[in-house]
Design a protein around this ligand. Structure first.
Ligand code: AHG
Ligand code: MN
Ligand code: MN
Ligand code: MN
Length: 334
């Protein structure tokens, strides 16, 4: 029986990667892991607990807020606030930045952006959902955290990760030294290393996008979809179309099997639907660390200037060769 390495043990072992760190980042990752286990417990009994359905409010995104959106948001924010390693939080579910200026947090070294529940529309129908997080070192003086701490380019992230609440619950993260995946063992309540040093296949045969928006897609995306559907044995086409409606779940499948996820501009989302700060940037950091590629069809996601906390961006993310091919069509038909 292979030795079980828990997330906590792994983080401590990897501590050697960060001689300058004195354990704060490790504790911050631990705090996120703890909150995700609490959220996982509620998700696993969503049909029984009174957390199915809508809160009855609209969030800053203009979306109907799910009870589990709010519950997950509360769990992550309280874990970050109590842990004392985070000075400021940006969340999909909060219009403004949350400055954690209690005594333990106000001098913390890090700030966090989070999508507490990704794919909320899937909760009521028992389909996989996720959480995404992005961690930066603060740039403000101690005690004075402010929005500029989080309006940093994706290249400045010190860590990023996601939790996918699927047939099993996994936490996948990077600190810039590769990507590692941990599966929750509910019998011991620990995330255990199950996917060390994940690398995404150079290419793949799965494309993920909401083709219901086809008529409003940019011409380059329409041409790429037709390319995916052409019969060509030499390049294993036609590809397979898979779209879950939770970006984290689609991205995780593509990370393991190879594939591309595209959410381009549409009529209702002229700048794309996904949010740069807490969805595109963390997932782009992970995909690049796993050997993949992430752009907005033209520009590298991690290089995009960040001006607003809920800024939206088109995203083409996954196996390098597939993203490059889609970018070729975007260049040719734009
Ligand atoms: P969220 O549930 O956090 O608002 O994000 C959902 C996102 C992404 O996870 C998913 O791929 C996409 O929205 C689905 O959008 P459509 O329903 O427009 O396809
Ligand atoms: Mn949402
Ligand atoms: Mn989301
Ligand atoms: Mn969300």
């Amino acid at each position: 029986m292979a030795k079980v390495i828990t997330l906590g043990q792994f983080i401590i072992q990897k501590q050697a990667d960060f001689p300058y760190a004195k354990g704060e980042l490790s504790r911050l990752l631990r705090d996120i892991g703890i909150a995700s286990k609490i959220v996982n417990r509620e998700i696993n009994k969503a049909g029984l607990a009174d957390i199915i359905g809508d809160v009855g409010s609209i969030n800053v995104q203009g979306e109907t807020q799910k009870i589990l959106d709010v519950y997950a948001n509360e769990q992550f924010i309280s874990a970050l606030s109590a842990g004392g390693e985070c000075a400021l939080v940006v969340s999909e579910e909060n219009e403004e930045v949350i400055i954690l200026n209690n005594d333990v947090s106000k001098n913390a070294k890090y700030v966090v952006a989070i999508d507490p529940l990704d794919g909320s529309s899937n909760i009521d129908v028992n389909v996989a959902v996720g959480t995404t997080f992005s961690i930066f070192r603060r740039i403000s003086k101690e005690g004075e955290a402010d929005i500029k701490d989080i309006l940093q380019k994706g290249t400045e992230q010190v860590a990023a990760g996601y939790i996918v609440y699927g047939s099993s619950t996994m936490l996948v993260y990077t600190t810039g030294c590769g990507v590692n995946g941990f599966t929750l063992d509910p019998s011991i309540g620990e995330f255990c290393l199950s996917h060390p040093n994940i690398k995404i296949p150079e290419t793949g045969t799965i494309y993920s996008m909401n083709e219901g928006n086809y008529v409003h897609f940019p011409e380059g995306v329409k041409k790429y979809i037709k390319y995916c559907q052409v019969e060509d044995a030499a390049t294993s086409r036609p590809y397979t179309s898979r779209y879950i409606g939770s970006m984290v779940a689609d991205l995780h499948r593509n990370l393991i099997k190879g594939g591309v996820y595209i959410y381009p501009s549409t009529a209702s989302a002229p700048n794309g639907k996904l949010r740069l700060v807490y969805e595109c940037n963390p997932l782009a950091f992970i995909i690049e660390q796993a050997g993949g590629r992430a752009s907005n069809g033209f520009e590298r996601i991690l290089d995009i200037e960040v001006t607003e906390i809920h800024q939206r961006e088109s995203i083409f993310i996954g196996s390098t060769e597939m993203v490059l091919k889609a970018e070729e069509f975007m260049a040719e038909y734009s």
